[in-house]
Design a binder for this molecule. Structure first.
Ligand SMILES: Cc1cc2nc3c(=O)[nH]c(=O)nc-3n(C[C@H](O)[C@H](O)[C@H](O)COP(=O)(O)OP(=O)(O)OC[C@H]3O[C@@H](n4cnc5c(N)ncnc54)[C@H](O)[C@@H]3O)c2cc1C
Length: 291
């Protein structure tokens, strides 16, 4: 199948890209790495009259740390994020998450901005970014504002972005002492396969007890899902095997999976139960400085 007929635009600045987005509205799509958009155009799931390439926006291709906050430009290829010493040092669980997703070729083209903006439930970077309490920067015709990562995706394939708005940066805040995070994912085969379920965990420890916890589930709800009750169970307690198993069971009950070709609803709940215990265990080990 062909990609369809569209006019191709290659703006040189973010301002120009926003202006084109406003001019063509819902008749246009931004193109980052194209690993999702081109598939959608070719399959006929999406059809647009204008494709606006973000390739020329050099300012969106940087990774930096400023005042303790890790800033990842929306156009940085996923593989560069995973390999970045800044990312590995600041928040290694993001590097882990990216390394488990897709295959090398897709990671070389695809971007974290695109992974957020496609808004699909099986996107792998939003759950771990939510667990890190990340924010995303949205630039539009009226300037720049930030949105909590957990509020960015509203429903499957629907985000907070309006026409003319571009996700320009993902910001991961400074990680306090004694904190750790983990991303656990299960797919039906190794290599390029979408997740059946994923779990991102973030914890803070004090004196061997969990003082704060966040858990986000991927591929088992319409958006990255906060497993609030499971996280609450962890707080104030030592991470014993029994506690992790109980939190896993609670997270499984909070999941909202569908049945599809990758797994039934019950299978996905079972996977969430196991992954949650593993994710919390690894997050705690990291918080204790063991990894
Ligand atoms: C074989 C294969 C395997 C895959 N495996 C995985 C996987 O395991 N896990 C996973 O999460 N994903 C996977 N994907 C999906 C895809 O590769 C990722 O979601 C990728 O991160 C998308 O980024 P991109 O830069 O290619 O986005 P694009 O395809 O360029 O864009 C995706 C959507 O976001 C919009 N967009 C992109 N960037 C911006 C921006 N900065 N501001 C506003 N709008 C924007 C586009 O208009 C489009 O609607 C896979 C895809 C393929 C083809």
């Amino acid at each position: 199948m062909s990609l369809g007929q569209f006019q191709f635009h290659k703006p040189k600045t973010t301002g120009e890209a926003c202006a084109l987005g406003v001019e063509f509205g819902r008749q246009a799509a931004y193109l980052a790495g194209g690993t999702e958009l081109l598939v959608d155009l070719r399959s006929g799931r999406k059809s647009v009259a204008h494709v606006i390439s973000l390739e020329g926006l050099a300012e969106l291709k940087q990774i930096s740390v400023a005042e303790g906050t890790l800033r990842i430009g929306a156009l940085v290829p996923l593989s560069d994020i995973a390999d970045s010493p800044l990312v590995k040092d600041h928040f290694p669980a993001l590097s882990d998450a990216i390394t488990t997703m897709a295959g090398r070729q897709i990671r070389n083209r695809g971007t974290m901005g695109g992974n957020f903006c496609c808004g699909v439930p099986c996107s792998d970077t939003p759950p771990i970014a939510c667990a890190a309490d990340a924010t995303v920067v949205v630039t539009g015709p009226d300037g720049e504002h930030t949105v909590a990562a957990r509020e960015f995706v509203l429903a499957p394939r629907v985000t907070v972005l309006n026409p003319g708005e571009i996700l320009t940066e993902i910001r991961i805040p400074a990680q306090p002492q004694n904190t750790g995070a983990s991303f656990q994912r299960f797919a039906l085969r190794r290599g390029s396969a979408l997740a059946v379920a994923s779990v991102a965990a973030w914890v803070q420890l004090d004196g061997g007890k969990i003082t704060e916890a966040r858990l986000f589930l991927g591929s088992v709800g319409p958006t990255p899902l906060s497993a609030v009750k499971a996280a609450e169970m962890l707080v104030g307690n030592s991470p014993t095997t029994e506690l992790l198993a109980a939190a896993g069971a609670m997270a499984a009950s909070e999941a909202q999976p569908i049945s599809d070709l990758r797994g039934s609803e019950q299978y996905r709940r079972d996977v969430v139960e196991v992954l949650t215990a593993r994710a919390v265990a690894q997050a705690c080990e990291r918080a204790e400085g063991k990894q």
